[in-house]
Design a protein around this ligand. Structure first.
Ligand SMILES: N[C@@H](CCC(=O)N[C@@H](CS)C(=O)NCC(=O)O)C(=O)O
Length: 218
């Protein structure tokens, strides 16, 4: 069955790979599943046809036969459960890898997104100068904890898993902030993710759509 995902017709990041279709493309590349992409404009995302797929009018979505999914956590988990390559066979190790997916999305990503909001969407507000150090402090705390847990390991649970795919995807948004410079093991972790052939293919595919269209971060 053909897999179809949606992505920005013009990503606000101009192809830096921060739009969330990249993590879905990456998962599909890791498990060797071909896919098609339907590009949508910002206005089309808010129209009934797209809202029928994604109630919040966002990308990415995932269609496969009669199945339509939204939310990258659910999409990547679905891909990882359907195809070998992203989750360990051992039941406990599998549960731990899924735990890292949730940790990436629920514990690490929120303060990082808050930074994007504070810097870009609300950067001109009078409270921004006071707010930024608070938000950065919250991110730093998470980075310290994650760095301590990762230590000298290559990946969070032994072998690369969907948990790492999600954590690397979330941390990528911090690359331009310089915050990872204080955490060499996390910076190296990020680079290991980016060096994976599947990530490179995913990145190149989204770049091919978006090169040279930068407006802001996705
Ligand atoms: N929690 C959602 C977030 C989806 C999301 O924020 N998508 C962004 C692109 S990366 C989007 O569509 N933004 C446009 C909008 O919200 O109007 C997920 O992980 O799929």
């Amino acid at each position: 069955m053909t897999i179809i995902i949606t992505a920005f017709e013009r990503s606000p990041d101009g192809g830096k790979g921060l739009a969330r279709d990249t993590r879905v493309r990456w998962a599909l590349e890791e498990v060797g599943q071909p896919y098609e992409v339907r590009l949508v404009s910002f206005s089309a995302m808010k129209e009934p046809a797209h809202l029928a797929l994604h109630p919040f009018g966002q990308i990415p979505t995932y269609e496969e036969g009669g199945l339509a999914l939204f939310e990258t956590g659910a999409i990547v988990l679905h891909i990882a459960q359907r195809h070998a390559g992203l989750l360990p066979d051992d039941a406990n190790a599998r549960a731990r890898a899924i735990t890292w997916m949730f940790a990436a999305l629920n514990t690490v990503e929120p303060p990082i997104l808050e930074l994007v909001t504070a810097r870009i969407l609300e950067g001109d507000r009078p409270w921004t100068r006071e707010r930024l150090p608070l938000v950065e402090g919250r991110i730093r705390e998470r980075l310290e904890q994650l760095s301590a847990h990762l230590g000298a390991a290559q990946w969070l649970g032994g072998a690369f898993s969907a948990g790492d795919l999600m954590m690397v995807s979330v941390l990528l948004r911090l690359k331009s902030s310089g915050m990872l410079n204080d955490f060499p093991n996390l910076a190296a972790y990020l680079s290991r993710g980016e060096e994976r052939p599947a990530y490179k293919r995913a990145f190149a595919a989204q770049l091919a759509v978006n090169a040279g269209t930068t407006q802001s971060e996705a």
